[in-house]
Write a protein that binds this ligand. Structure first.
Ligand code: PML
Length: 248
């Protein structure tokens, strides 16, 4: 990719006042129209869809994404217990890990809706750290150097085709989050049909866990565990530093 002329393209959509879809791309100018159409078609329904195009002055390239691991569980209870254990191994207290699960289960914003961005939580005190707890913090300006190559490699590694719509975006986002200094991330989708979620951390990589919620449940989102002292630097990195990821 010619790094001189790169643009950040982002989409967010809401339905009935609730965030339902978001996506991030970094592209050359000539690819923008095709991708705008693709992102416009992405949410199955919306009342409002916002597309943003921004020229980037420089982009940092990261060689490798977080390593991927996948675990399937028979029950939601076992899956969530495993997620809590992983968060504890990553430096999050058990009570804050449990709090994060409860938060995403009920809708993390103060009006119990899903948040557009992530909730930020201190890993020891469980204090909410984002300035606007309705909006949260959104990781933007991140993409793959070659999205098609990444999809091919994921298929070769026996990742099922049905996961390709969400996994590449989620993995790119988690990789940027950890690069920016997030201690650990907990996520599951707000798509009622998508039960797989993940825990990501520098120590463990990107650990996919199924099921993190019951089928049909529209609640989901992201929690980033961040220590209070590093808060400003991490938020600035998540929102401002453009990152392209080379390989899996
Ligand atoms: C989302 O963006 O909706 C969350 C997707 C989580 C993807 C988990 C996976 O399949 O790896």
């Amino acid at each position: 990719m010619n790094s001189k002329e790169l643009y950040s393209v982002r989409m967010r959509a809401s339905f009935l006042g609730q965030h339902i879809s978001g996506a991030e791309r970094i592209l050359q100018k000539e690819d923008i129209p095709k991708v705008l159409l693709e992102l416009y078609k992405r949410p199955p329904k919306f009342d409002e869809l916002v597309l943003t195009i921004e020229k980037l002055s420089s982009v940092k390239v990261i060689e490798k994404a977080l390593s991927i691991y996948s675990y399937d569980f028979k029950s939601l209870e076992d899956a969530r217990k495993f997620a809590i254990e992983l968060l504890e191994k990553s430096g999050v207290s058990q009570s804050c890990a449990k709090f994060a699960i409860e938060l995403l289960s009920r809708g993390a914003s103060p009006d119990f809706k899903n948040m557009r961005g992530a909730a930020l939580i201190d890993p020891q005190s469980c204090e909410r750290l984002e300035k606007d707890p309705f909006r949260g913090v959104r990781t933007v300006k991140v993409d793959w150097l070659s999205r098609s190559e990444i999809k091919k490699t994921l298929l070769k590694r026996s990742i099922k085709r049905e996961y390709l719509k969400r996994l590449p975006d989620a993995l790119a986002l988690a990789t940027k989050n950890i690069h920016c200094g997030v201690l650990a991330e907990l996520c599951w989708s707000d798509d009622p049909e998508y039960e797989t979620g993940y825990v990501a951390s520098p120590l463990l990589g990107y650990v996919r866990i199924k099921p993190m919620k019951q089928k049909g449940d529209p609640k989901g989102g992201r929690v980033y565990f961040v220590s209070k002292e590093k808060l400003e630097d991490i938020i600035s990195c998540l929102e401002k530093l453009p990152i392209l990821i080379k390989s899996l």
